[in-house]
Design a protein around this ligand. Sequence first.
Ligand code: DQA
Length: 151
Amino acid sequence: YRLLIMNGPNLGALGERQPEIYGTTGMDTVPALVKSLLGPAASDIELTFFQSNHEGALIDRLEQARRDGVDGVILNAGAFTHTSLALADCLAWIGIPCVEVHLSNVMARQEPMRHKSLIGRHVIGIIAGFGIMGYALAVQAMVQHSRKSGD
Ligand code: DQA
């Protein structure tokens, strides 16, 4: 069972970027969090990580995931969540189940722009506000979803 965990712009220095909003831990802790959350089931899951600040590179990577037959995508698209019709269009056709993740609770943030997700209608569900743990929760949600839907 192969999952791609993908981060968009300004998420390459997670742990250093505005830690009061995005936390002090980096993506390197995610595999351990997945293990502690899923237990032995975690050993069947292969996680691949990708980060880019570029919209097109994210789309290229999703198309590659489709060619590779990846089972699911966990996506924190950063600000592209709120702006990128191109990323939304990509998720609409590639046919890979996706869970949207945000470290912060975007609905509780000041800027109204952050309350809107263009990719939201093409994902199974959204996890926001739980910091780095959100990625592990998304893996768990994805695994349970695919068991249920028989993918
Ligand atoms: C974010 C929320 C977005 O609004 C913001 O642009 C980010 C990170 C989050 O993880 O909380 O870059 O996706």
